[in-house]
Design a protein around this ligand. Sequence first.
Ligand SMILES: C[S@@+](CC[C@H](N)C(=O)[O-])C[C@H]1O[C@@H](n2cnc3c(N)ncnc32)[C@H](O)[C@@H]1O
Length: 316
Amino acid sequence: MEALRCNLNPTFLDQFTNDVLTGLSQQQKTLPSKYFYNSRGSRLFDRICDLEEYYPYRTELSLLPRIAQEVSALLQQPYDIVEFGAGSLVKIRLLLQHLEHIRNFVPLDIAGEHLNKASALLKSEFPALSVMPIVCDFTRKVSLPTELTLPRLGFFPGSTIGNFTPQAAQTFLSNARKTLGPNAMLLIGVDSKKDPHILHRAYNDSLGVTAEFNVNLLQRINEEICGDFDVQAFQHYAFYNTRQGRIEMHLVSQKRQEVTIGHTRFSFAEGESIHTENSHKYTTQEFRDLAQKAGWQIRSTWADEQQLFRVHLLSS
Ligand SMILES: C[S@@+](CC[C@H](N)C(=O)[O-])C[C@H]1O[C@@H](n2cnc3c(N)ncnc32)[C@H](O)[C@@H]1O
């Protein structure tokens, strides 16, 4: 199954190059986390999800069967589903098993090859479902297929919303409300504030898979836009920033070094870092305020017993 490519080609490499050069030119060097997800990055993320330390994935997954039943009872009419940052399409299966009358499913993701494979597999398991994958950057305007005529249920699991700053999360939620249209609902997974030790373990796993995922971004730059990073000379570093309420991931230069990308050269001091990802954590009240500013109301909230992770159903 070949996904519709709406805004990745032919400008994707130009955009990737531009974002990398801009990010590395800042005083605190940064790289956007959306570029983690080439095919290898997507496979590494799937391995992270299997780790004992990475509670967000399995906690959200364990909540979904009950959520699916309750959402099914709440929805008074048939819906089409649009999933943001769909990844391997594992979680949507739990919804589809309980939500009847879903005719159209549109998974959106920036990682094209991974999305195509996952969509083909889903289609083979749900033959009556029309699966219409779109490879896109969901922070930009997304045009949905004209076949979607029913009200839309958005699905945004994985606490991917936490990768945005709160201001950018508000903008995303506001745009998603416009994309989903009138009478929309949005089911969204949000990671909770908690004991920093639990967070630290989750982003510093003992097998080093998260470290590999982080460093893969430099490898990708080398392969796709002519970088010459010595990937061994950068080390994964993740910590909880209490003031900002977020996990920060960085890649720390182990020595003084120079890196060239295309024709542009960057200098790194020993110990200097590239900030590669934020993962913001929210209390229910903080998330309610954020959603409200973007035009959404919380209709229901589900959490595990320890309140590690919450899933909210929003209505516009
Ligand atoms: C944290 S993973 C979550 C995957 C899956 N939804 C889950 O819950 O396990 C984030 C997913 O969003 C996708 N993604 C990240 N940034 C994106 C962007 N700007 N546009 C489209 N997809 C994006 C990634 O490719 C990846 O599949």
